[in-house]
Design a protein around this ligand. Structure first.
Ligand code: GAL
Length: 349
């Protein structure tokens, strides 16, 4: 049931760049990250920085990146972004703490004529309509990652029903409230599994806010409360899943024998566990392509081009270490209207 994106554009990695000129331009870029204490966003941030370095070597320009840690607090981050605007940065890259509150930031950037590249946390469509051409979101479709999680359990011989009672009894460990990735991964993983077998949530869905220690605590409580009844753990990300793995080991349960666990991100630690048969499946949240595309789109905006409202990459299902290999892939560029039409066509939303 997964409709893979049909990529309409083919781009080389340096397609957007100006020819090398001896002088080279210097660009000031403010990068606001929702919080540094996050495994996945650390991979993303490091790759973004490294790739701007590669672009600079290739095109002779200088990209001065100033990174700020929003410490998971929107007020702190808004101040950081307003400072970037006051300093006259040439471009902003923003991983907003609360993307539903992005409008004021976009409007302030617009009045200072500073283009904005949003990453990781998908904003409302109405936000993308404020300053089209100069505001863009580079990301992945969280529904797809949920669908893959559901499929990975559905495709097991027993469909996740270890005790043979005709249903899958699961625990859901979620990211933070109101987060699009958390909501959609939760909804679509279960809806997808239910196409194959009935499911039952053991207890309420719990929020681990992407955090490993919280994931461990939630899983440990569920394991002691529900014991052998618990057959599958769905975690909205690998960080919390790594915590759950610690809890599973602590409870003396054996992954892929008497319990299954799926996450999202394909963190290196999880890929290693997969290689050892100690994890059921994850989904590559392709930080490599998202960061490279964000940088290339940023360069287009810096040279005055107008760009589409969305640049999408695919999630990739990861059952073996090879599936998680990082390689440059094309993106899908869409206007707001194209995106909305695709949601209707694909998901009936
Ligand atoms: C998700 C990712 C999580 C966390 C979150 C932050 O896409 O899977 O691990 O980084 O973004 O917004």
């Amino acid at each position: 049931m997964v409709a893979l994106f049909v990529f309409v554009l083919s781009v080389g990695p340096f397609a957007a760049l100006k020819p090398v000129n001896a002088e080279g331009e210097t660009y000031e870029i403010g990068v606001a990250i929702y919080q540094y204490n996050d495994n996945f966003m650390t991979l993303f941030r490091n790759e973004l920085e490294a790739y701007f370095g590669e672009l600079a070597e290739a095109d002779g320009n200088t990209y001065n990146l100033e990174f700020q840690d929003g410490k998971n607090d929107q007020a702190t981050q808004t101040e950081q972004l307003n400072n970037f605007i006051a300093q006259g940065k040439d471009l902003l890259i923003a991983n907003l703490v609360d993307p539903t509150g992005a409008d004021q930031i976009i409007l302030s950037a617009q009045s200072a004529e500073i283009p904005v590249v949003l990453i990781n946390r998908e904003p409302n469509v109405s936000t993308m309509e404020l300053w089209p051409g100069k505001t863009t979101y580079v990301g992945v479709d969280a529904r797809q990652s949920g669908i893959y999680q559901g499929e990975m359990i559905a495709e097991l011989d027993n469909h996740g029903d270890i005790n043979g009672d005709g249903k899958v009894s699961y625990l859901m460990i979620m990211g933070d409230a109101g987060n699009v990735d958390a909501e959609q991964r939760t909804q679509y993983s279960i809806e997808t599994l239910e196409l194959t077998i009935p499911t039952e949530s053991l207890g309420e869905h719990q929020r681990g806010n992407w955090d490993q220690a919280k994931g461990q605590e939630i899983a440990a409580n569920a394991l002691s409360q529900f014991g052998e009844e618990l057959e599958v753990i769905f975690s909205n990300n690998d960080g919390m899943a790594l915590g759950a793995v610690q809890a599973i080991n602590g409870a003396g349960r054996v992954i892929n024998e008497d319990i299954y666990i799926v996450g999202v991100d394909a963190l290196p630690e999880v890929v290693e566990l997969l290689g050892q048969g100690q994890f059921t499946g994850t989904v590559l949240n392709d930080h490599f392509n998202q960061s490279h595309t964000a940088a290339e789109v940023a360069v287009k905006l810096l040279t005055g081009e107008e760009v589409g409202s969305y640049f999408w990459h695919d999630y990739i299902k990861v059952m073996t270490a090879e599936d998680a290999e990082l390689k440059r892939l094309d993106y899908l560029e869409e206007t707001v209207e194209e995106y909305q039409q695709r949601l209707i066509d694909t998901y009936g939303e």
